[in-house]
Design a protein around this ligand. Structure first.
Ligand SMILES: Cc1ncc(COP(=O)(O)O)c(C=O)c1O
Length: 432
């Protein structure tokens, strides 16, 4: 049985400083101190370590980018080599152009690409370029969908009210009221309601944005295809937010995996190999609005100090190179299938009502008896039980994040066996 070390003096000191200098004592990424759990010292392969000397098998993997595991040798070497040659230039450079070609060859919708530094900015850019292209203002997003932390994205991501569609509920203070007038909300996996909203607003909608796998909710059979047909019928650009799914579900992302090609897509996480890099990619006709010479009076300036950063580019290229190995995606999916089954079996063994939901490469457990098709189904999950389960896992040396487990290629058979045992033990203790 794993014995977690008590908090060391060093970790305690560090936590005190975090509480003193950072609001809520954190980076904004974890909603509570409990969720944060510990202070990271370092990571290597499938594990991360805290300042008290504890080791954890990591299913957070930096919220998704570290699909090869931490400090992957080839990524480290690529970054070290680039560091010697300069860190950033604000100019076209060989590595970022190579990455542009790689993404455009891999991703079905990507005829052209622009780089930025966060998934938040990538989805923001997708919406802006769709507005420039259509000359329209409104966007339609799905309830519960997350597209980063800009004003248009933080609408009905975690609504507390069952507002009538398409009314949005802002998720944050500080968003001008007028923004809510430009965002329409539809229920994920419900094509009829989505069509009825689009029909009424078709002359005002600049884009429909969707996470192909919405958080941990997989698309219902045919939903993405129907959404594609619907947006084509009403001549509205369709955006896939592939910040999570890009290079994860398959090398060409969710659009390749599900065989549905959008007009635009946002990328982040994996594409930067653990460095701040993200991208907006899509059809030439739309992307050319970034070219002021071609679209005078209707173009988008997209200046950014770190756009196309060469260190991020080489880290991304070194990561993609390893993902191109045909064995990579079968391993990711097989690992996920095994862990999902073990998680379901553990709950069944102890007669705990739960759903295992999401893709093989990114999924979670929801403590509910309801099949999960949309945000409102997800909201029926017992969050106290989930926190208890996550905490039980943490105390056995497994970092099972608050809202989803990410698979990585660094996981060993031993890690997987340990995780399966921890699932079973944690399930046995859930009723205590
Ligand atoms: C689907 C999706 N879109 C956008 C973002 C925002 O990306 P970033 O955190 O890099 O701003 C995230 C972040 O988790 C995401 O999951």
């Amino acid at each position: 049985m794993y014995n977690r070390n008590p908090q060391s003096k060093q970790e305690k000191n560090s936590e005190e400083l975090a509480n003193k200098y950072m609001p809520a004592g954190n980076l904004g990424n974890m909603s509570s101190k409990f969720e944060q759990g510990f202070i990271v010292s370092h990571g290597k392969g499938s594990k991360i370590y805290d300042l008290s000397g504890n080791e954890y098998i990591d299913y957070l993997i930096g919220s998704g980018p570290m699909i090869l595991g931490h400090a992957n040798q080839a990524v480290v070497e690529a970054v070290q080599t680039q560091m010697e040659k300069g860190s950033t230039f604000f100019l076209n450079n060989e590595s970022i152009i190579e990455l542009a070609e790689e993404v455009c060859s891999a991703v079905p919708c990507a005829e052209m690409i622009r780089f930025t530094t966060s998934g938040t900015d990538a989805t923001f850019q997708c919406l802006r370029v769709a507005r420039a292209y259509t000359g329209k203002d409104k966007i339609l997003k799905f309830e519960g969908g997350y597209h980063g932390s800009h004003d248009y994205a933080l609408m009905s991501q975690v609504p507390t009210l069952n507002k009538e569609f398409p009314q949005p509920q802002p998720d944050s203070a500080g968003i001008p009221k007028v923004i809510a007038e430009t965002v329409l909300i539809a229920p994920y996996n419900d094509i009829e309601t989505t069509e009825s909203i689009i029909k009424k607003e078709k002359d005002n909608i600049a884009a429909v944005i969707v996470e192909p796998v919405q958080r941990i909710i997989s698309p219902a059979e045919g939903f993405l295809k129907q959404l594609r047909e619907l947006t084509l019928k009403y001549d509205i650009p369709l955006i896939f937010d592939e910040v999570v799914t890009g290079f994860r579900l398959s090398y060409g992302g969710a659009q390749e995996y599900f065989g549905v090609v959008p007009d635009l897509a946002s990328f982040g996480k994996i594409v930067g190999g653990g460095f701040p890099l993200a991208a907006v990619a899509g059809k030439k006709e739309i992307m050319e609005h970034y070219d002021g010479a071609l679209h005078q009076g209707n173009s988008i300036p997209q200046t950014g100090t770190l756009n196309g950063n060469p260190i991020a580019a080489v880290a991304g290229l070194a990561t993609l190179k390893q993902l191109k190995d045909p064995a990579a995606y079968s391993k990711l999916h097989e690992t996920g299938i095994k862990l999902k089954k073990a998680l379901a079996d553990s709950m069944q063994q102890y007669e705990i009502e739960a759903q295992i939901t999401g893709d093989n490469t990114v999924f979670d457990i929801v403590f509910t008896n309801k099949e999960i098709k949309n945000y409102r189904d997800l909201a029926t999950g017992n969050s106290a039980l989930l926190s208890k389960f996550n905490n039980l896992m943490l105390n056995q040396g497994i970092l099972k994040p608050g809202n989803k487990l990410y698979m990585s290629l660094a996981l060993t058979d031993e890690d997987i066996d340990r995780t399966i045992n921890a699932f079973s033990y944690s399930a046995s203790k859930l009723r205590d």
